[in-house]
Design a protein around this ligand. Sequence first.
Ligand SMILES: CC(=O)SCCNC(=O)CCNC(=O)[C@H](O)C(C)(C)COP(=O)(O)OP(=O)(O)OC[C@H]1O[C@@H](n2cnc3c(N)ncnc32)[C@H](O)[C@@H]1OP(=O)(O)O
Length: 406
Amino acid sequence: MNDFDVRPIAEGERRAVHGLLAEALHGSPPDDEAWAKVGPSFPADRTFGAFDGATPIGMTSSFATALAVPGGKTLPAAAVDGVAVRADHTRRGVVTALLTEQLRDCVRRGDLLASLHASEATIYGRFGYGVAVLGQDLRIVTARAALRPEVPSSGRVRLLDGDEAISRVPGLYRRIGLHRPGMILRPGLWWPGYHDRLVRGGGGDYRVAVHIGTDGEDGFVVFRAIDQRTHDDPERGAVLAVRDLHAADPAALAGLWRFLIGMDLTDEIRAPMRPLDEPLRAMVVDARAVQTTGVGDHTWLRLLDAGAALAARTYREAPPVVLGLEDRLLPENTGAYRISPDGAVRTEAPAQLRMDAEVLAMLYLGEWTASALAGAGRITVSDPAALPAADELFRTGARPWCGTYF
Ligand SMILES: CC(=O)SCCNC(=O)CCNC(=O)[C@H](O)C(C)(C)COP(=O)(O)OP(=O)(O)OC[C@H]1O[C@@H](n2cnc3c(N)ncnc32)[C@H](O)[C@@H]1OP(=O)(O)O
């Protein structure tokens, strides 16, 4: 029996709950001015609080979105954007109660998937979330990063002022589209809380540039310069920190990188959580100008309705495979699924490969192979011939990527 209650929060509890999240992440609760800006991005709907009497001691929230899956469909999904427990109430099962309630609520709402970005990698696996997308942190040494002559070079780049950045980029993101598995729609409430407050004009110091190709704007980058000059090193160039970079095609992508690399008074570009198959290293003359400083879990995914989610993605040509799933928290998903190039259906046939919800999520967007996960002991193999077949069935072209902070 818990000594706290878990329930949807009331409208008047939003700010206290958001303050709790800020403090759990070692920030400060927003002042009036900051809350006026970000408050609308944190509605009471889809937020659960844990309460000790009237005092909030934990929270979890999500917003409704759609997530692209292999084959191009977009599925209704929950983007879990705030999970926190007050530091004096941790390790008593508060987040377990919150996340369990949230999963059931998302199922009731018809979400097929839930995704999140984790502060620590040890929190979410027990709730059936798996690392479905890896990202790489890039460091680019600009003085050595000249682009090769054959790299596409049509179009031009234009810096936007703050108001333009706030009004133009949402439509541009929508037009670029969800071209990789794992990408999500950014609903209207995402922009004020995550983009507008960062850019010049919205209170932050990030600048925004768009790429203009033959058919108009087709890419954008959100970045800021971090001054590196010191008394002893007064000529040191700035670091450009890239926050958000999306392009509709290779020419727009190349154009945005060319713009960043060519910026004066800059020594280095830092671009965290780029796709693992980012082509920049192949674009430069000196491949070592583009360095991967880290690879980590970018997006965690949870299949809420495993049957519907498996049926919604496409599969490559390979012999059919029967997967056995054990889902402790959402037991209606437990069962066997026959995966073939024609799709995925429930079956009574014996499972060739058995796994839990976390591991199925790792396979789902194509980031991991069944063979690698079996090799790691994460899949129980009854029929070894099913492994190469599953590798091929789940394989995707472009690597999955999310590319949206939340
Ligand atoms: C999507 C996002 O918002 S990511 C941000 C997540 N939030 C944070 O990192 C803020 C700071 N941390 C916190 O607020 C809390 O510590 C939380 C949310 C991570 C965990 O909340 P708690 O209420 O302490 O978790 P709870 O007591 O339910 O723990 C469940 C289990 O997970 C384990 N666990 C929980 N957090 C952690 C952790 N950070 N590291 C390792 N294990 C953990 C517990 O030990 C427990 O294991 P057990 O069942 O075997 O005993």
